[in-house]
Write a protein that binds this ligand. Structure first.
Ligand SMILES: O=C(O)C(=O)C[C@]1(C(=O)O)C=C[C@@H](O)C=C1
Length: 275
């Protein structure tokens, strides 16, 4: 079966660039204008995989996406890290002084906060997607309006770049997850990273004890993220990523964590792509 890969946004978005990179262009891309729709269509098997941003080095974690992965019971089958290059673009001939409004994805606007502090006359408006904002400006001939998006989007939708690389820190990067409906099969490849989720009772030292197990089983924790359990105030779910050398070590840790936590869920075992 041909792969149908869901992305948040349209062609020219960062999700699109990642899908092309990760799957080497041999896929049909399905565009979605929200993360919710992206998760839902994968769960309904209208797509075979989905690419989902989960964290940016400047703007931080995209918390609702953790909840979507959990809610729709999606599996992490891969990850991809990519440098993110934000640019201000508008119709040809427009000058930065002419621009009154800028549309972009909220995560993109967050990455360019310092640039816009220097241009206080510009109103920032959150949009569903970076590339979609660029396309609309082009198609509707919107003057005095700009988008923040990738150089690929400027080229694709015929806009002029008024300011290049406007993200606050030059090493700006986003981590994307590749999601599926089933756990990844190793197919001879060494899978050395896992994402897990569990709830913890608020008891003295419960998190410390759990972290000790992770250390004692030789797992290297690369990320821990807590999320409130919405129907039980002050109780938290934890999403943890670990890398390991031996799958047996991971299995051993899971056997112990199962006894120490509530609702332990393995969200996926995949190949570590962080070098
Ligand atoms: O709007 C896009 O182009 C996206 O792909 C979304 C998104 C995000 O959700 O973080 C992806 C990468 C960048 O960090 C900024 C925006």
């Amino acid at each position: 079966m041909n792969k149908k890969v869901g992305i948040q946004g349209i062609k020219g978005s960062f999700h699109h660039l990642v899908a092309m990179d990760y799957f080497h262009k041999e896929v049909e891309v399905m565009e979605h204008l929200s993360f919710h729709e992206l998760a839902q269509k994968l769960a309904q098997r209208e797509t075979t995989e989905a690419v989902m941003a989960i964290e940016n080095s400047i703007a931080g974690s995209i918390l609702p996406n953790y909840a979507l992965i959990d809610e729709y019971d999606l599996k992490v089958v891969g990850e991809h890290y990519t440098p993110v290059n934000m640019n201000l673009m508008a119709l040809e001939g427009q000058k930065i002084e002419d621009i009154k409004k800028v549309f972009s994805h909220p995560m993109a606007l967050l990455q360019c906060k310092e640039f816009f502090k220097k241009h206080p006359h510009i109103k920032l408006i959150e949009d569903a997607d970076t590339a979609e904002a660029a396309k609309r400006i082009s198609e509707e001939g919107l003057k005095k309006t700009a988008a923040v998006a990738s150089p690929a989007a400027a080229e694709m939708y015929g806009l002029e770049i008024l300011a290049r690389e406007i993200h606050t820190i030059k090493s700006n990067a986003t981590r994307f997850l590749v999601l599926g409906n089933e756990m990844k099969k190793p197919n001879g490849e060494m899978l050395d990273k896992a994402s897990i989720k569990f709830d913890l009772k608020s008891e003295r030292g419960s998190l410390v004890s759990l972290l000790n197990i992770i250390r004692d089983c030789y797992l290297d924790m690369t990320k821990i993220q807590s999320l409130p359990v919405i129907d039980e105030p002050w109780k938290y779910s934890f999403f943890v990523d670990v890398i390991f050398e031996k799958p047996e070590d991971f299995q051993k840790a899971m056997d112990v964590l199962k006894l120490m936590t509530e609702d332990l869920k393995i969200l996926g075992i995949y190949k570590n792509n962080l070098s």
